[in-house]
Write a new protein. Structure first.
Length: 143
């Protein structure tokens, strides 16, 4: 019978958190937000400009383990990212991302995607016509 008072599990993880949650809790707020900005693809300059601060200030905020939740919400709005998943303190915060005008790059991406689908349809149509022509008249000969 093992009468040890301490175990490796109790010592390392006394709160019973999952390893992922434990590691996330150890990360600073600024570091978590920095990663989200990086993953968004937006530049630091663009994010800073949207929330009316300097690039230098945004970098300082990333270094702040206790970045303010107001700043986190502002950055989340720019990124269209709900930080309540990362910070349980924000779970009750009203984040209005749905009814806002999409960011310019979202509109450009949608336009690009639409144009790509149009070109793809034209290419498929042309290939089908070429296939019909080849079946009727034989393959085209190089000129």
């Amino acid at each position: 019978m093992d009468n040890t008072k301490y175990s490796l599990t109790n010592f390392v993880n006394p709160a019973g958190l999952s390893i992922a949650q434990f590691c996330r809790d150890m990360e600073s707020r600024g570091e978590i937000v920095r990663k989200a900005v990086k993953e968004s693809g937006l530049s630091i300059t663009a994010v800073a400009k949207k929330i009316n601060i300097s690039r230098a200030q945004l970098y300082l905020d990333f270094e702040n383990p206790q970045m303010s939740f107001d700043r986190i919400l502002a950055i989340g709005k720019v990124l269209r990212h709900d930080f309540s998943k990362e910070f349980k303190e924000l779970s009750g915060a009203l984040i209005s991302l749905v009814n806002e005008e999409p960011a310019p790059y979202v509109k450009a991406l949608e336009d690009c995607r639409s144009n790509l689908v149009d070109v793809q349809s034209q290419l498929i149509n042309a290939l089908n016509k070429l296939d019909t022509y080849s079946k009727r008249y034989g393959p085209l000969e190089p000129s």
